[in-house]
Write a protein that binds this ligand. Structure first.
Ligand SMILES: Cc1ncc(COP(=O)(O)O)c(C=O)c1O
Length: 452
């Protein structure tokens, strides 16, 4: 093998074109070979197949067929969110246009830690982050790897403002990354506020804010991981205002509702937050990662100010080179905004809103199917696109078992969630191309595989 070609530069295009054909063919071959939403056989079977395809992963002499073989193996062994029976997690099927844009990001490889590595990408990032910030009523936004990093950064910004005694209060329905952030940042154990109906109880929050010494950070959720519920944001915001408390809203899932004329009112109160987590790899159909943290007071970003002479020397900044290092705790950083910018502009608010409306409608249809089926119980009508359901009369063990059996067959991918003291099957519907027939098939599969 000679010197391998580069992806960019004068010959990048010629080198890439046949490789892209190889990738696209391998994706098709692997996807057809899989047949369903998940490879059948479970972890050992899949791992053996991958090991077999991969062979010696670092051979002495290279293998020019590695791209075809490994992409085929990955596609054959993928959990494919574009398959309508793959509905376990907040794991969205990416839009073709976003994936195509992401290829350009990989080829050009701008790095957002200094202007001299990302002149146009940094300018585009500023446009996208400001546009998304405006959507939540904020002033600016940081690009993150997702809700986890956004939540961690929200806690970090609050700690820098209020000190190491900061006490996080979050609902028992909050994402695990919030309590984890306090541990990672060396903060006191968070206060867990009851959420008896699946959403944070404002009266219990008020009581905790009154009883527990501050400084406080309240974290609410707009789109819970388990049930897609939205905390009562206006009431929570009022309580925070009354106590002079900072508010973070984890809208990693729910923020996509902002694009929908029909659903955006569900997020009333979001504009009162100091920080908002928003993931476009959930209700935004981006390849992972596409996370954002919107920030209402740009002064909060001073917490991330950091000097590294080779990236943002004072004299370079004074001479007008943008200082990018304070935009993230990371150093090298991909231009994840390119795919987001291309998507926002290609689809527009209407196009994105239509996708949001489609998955919400789908969830409503699925809930309707469950409700009218004598063999199933519906937990509650969906707020966003998550539906919790269980076979009538099944034990928790049977609910857990049917999920695992379906994973083993590779015919359906469902999640699980505990609510009201019982285990439920969770369908997180994020595929706007799924149809009512698919949902009926999903229910039939569960019915056919539930142990009795
Ligand atoms: C409400 C909520 N917040 C945060 C996260 C974490 O997001 P990520 O996996 O992108 O870090 C999730 C993930 O599902 C979530 O549901």
């Amino acid at each position: 093998m000679g010197m391998p070609p580069l992806a960019s530069g004068p010959h990048g295009n010629d080198a890439l074109r046949p490789l892209l054909d190889t990738v696209l063919d391998a994706l098709r071959t692997g996807t057809v070979a899989r047949g369903g939403p998940l490879p059948p056989g479970g972890p050992d079977t899949v791992a053996a197949r991958v090991a077999d395809a991969a062979g010696d992963i670092l051979p002495d002499r290279g293998d020019p067929d590695a791209l075809r073989v490994l992409v085929t193996a990955l596609a054959e062994g993928a959990a494919d969110p574009a398959h309508s029976l793959c509905a376990a997690h907040l794991h969205a099927p990416p839009l073709a246009v976003a994936a195509a844009a992401d290829l350009a990001a990989s080829v050009l490889n701008p790095s957002l830690d200094s202007w001299d590595q990302a002149p146009a990408a940094s300018a585009l990032e500023a446009l996208v982050t400001r546009a998304l910030a405006r959507e939540t009523g904020a002033a600016d936004a940081l690009v993150t790897t997702g809700g986890t990093e956004s939540n961690q950064l929200a806690v970090l910004l609050a700690r820098e403002k209020h000190g190491a005694g900061l006490r996080l209060l979050h609902g028992e329905n909050a994402h695990h990354s919030l309590p984890r952030a306090t541990r990672l940042l060396g903060l006191p154990e968070p206060v867990v506020v009851p959420a008896p109906a699946g959403t944070l109880d404002p009266a219990a929050l008020d009581e905790a804010l009154t009883r527990i010494p501050g400084p406080h950070l309240v974290a609410a959720t707009a789109g819970t991981t388990d049930a897609g519920l939205i905390d009562p944001l206006p009431e929570i915001a009022d309580r925070c205002t009354a106590h002079g408390t900072r508010l973070h809203v984890d809208a990693a899932y729910g923020a996509g509702l902002l694009f929908s004329e029909r659903h955006r009112a569900l997020l009333a109160g979001l504009e009162a937050a100091d920080t908002v987590a928003l993931d476009l790899h959930k209700l935004g159909w981006q390849p992972i990662p596409a996370g954002f943290l919107t920030v209402t007071d740009t002064g909060d970003l001073a917490a991330l100010r950091h000097r590294a002479d080779y990236l943002n020397a004072d004299d370079d900044t004074d001479a007008g080179l943008p200082d990018l290092l304070h935009r993230s705790p990371r150093t090298s950083r991909r231009p994840d905004v390119l795919k987001a910018a291309v998507t926002l502009k290609t689809l527009g608010r209407t196009g994105l809103g239509a996708l949001v409306d489609a998955v919400c409608s789908l969830a409503g249809e699925f809930a309707g199917l469950v409700e009218t089926h004598p063999g199933f119980e519906l937990h509650a009508p969906p707020t966003i696109s998550t539906v919790l359901f269980r076979p009538v009369g099944a034990t928790d063990d049977a609910v857990a078992a049917v999920r695992r059996t379906l994973l083993g067959t590779g015919r359906a991918v469902l999640g699980r969630a505990r609510a009201d003291g019982r285990l439920w099957l969770k369908a997180t519907l994020l595929n706007p191309h799924a149809r009512a027939d698919d949902l009926a098939a999903l229910l039939a599969l569960v019915e056919g595989h539930t142990p009795r």
